[in-house]
Design a binder for this molecule. Sequence first.
Ligand SMILES: [Zn+2]
Length: 337
Amino acid sequence: MQELVDLGIMVFRQKNVRGTFKPHLAVKFRSDEGRLLTFSIDTTRVPQKYQQPDAYLITHAHSDHYGKSAMLSDLAVCTEKTANALEIRHDREYKGRTVKMGSSIDINGVTVQTYPNHHTVGSTAFYWENDVGTRILITGDVKDACDLPDCDVLITEANYGDPGDTSCYFEDDLSGFKDIFECNNSLAFGAYAFGKAQRAVELLRELGYTGSIEMEDQSLALTRKLLDNAGDLTSLGNSCDDSISIVPPWDLDKLPSHISKYVMTGRSDYRYPSIQISDHLDARGLTKMVEDISPEFTVVYHPNGHRPERFASHLRQIGFNAVSIDKVSNVLSNEFI
Ligand SMILES: [Zn+2]
């Protein structure tokens, strides 16, 4: 990774005391003032007795990005909505600093800018420049890359980044969603409480539905707090007329049998018909994102498993410098951060 040395950035992984890898990555670089800084990205906290990074950047509130741990550090940085979502999901107080989506925040002399990636409410990409002008972008999970800026070092995801896997190609079935909405009087959607449930409400309101939407308790709390124009939302069983319900997929069984039930998912292993609505770019979308951003070096940092390397390998084949997280050989233990 000589390219990264030339660009003035070191990407590394950390080991826990038990010898296992901490999730995701950290980066070291110098600020304009020449200060050496460390940002940890979507990872768990380092124990208090060890030196801390300058920031724990949390891209969004999905549990596989470890905000549940990082939110308890005063060095955590995320958007206001992500902090709200973390507090509701984990029933604990967010201890870090927040930034408004689209604004910047100063972290020890470095201006870190946020850009929406449209993955969940509150989800953000983080961007900053180091002392030699290298532009660094952490995308988080991405649904739409249209607002992301160009950069030199791209740190991105590959949830559906394996070009050899047919399940990594999909398009949202918005017309199917519309048909289901128009053809059913009594309707329930199975949707995860954080992410999909808010998307379902947004889609229904975009289709002109102004009636009440019944929701399971955590979905209701999250949607009320996170969506600005959600309309009339209420608890399950609270509205008199036929209405639309949104519950986690495994709760569909608990609803009355006369209700038509659908799951918002890319998966096909549920008992109920599914509607393809994803929170992610597919393999084509991820590739186009990298082509548009045109970085000098790409690190694929998420998820676990083989997909980061499949995507990095694909990027190398089409002419980009790219490495996946499992091939990052800089590994530091807590004592050396
Ligand atoms: Zn996510």
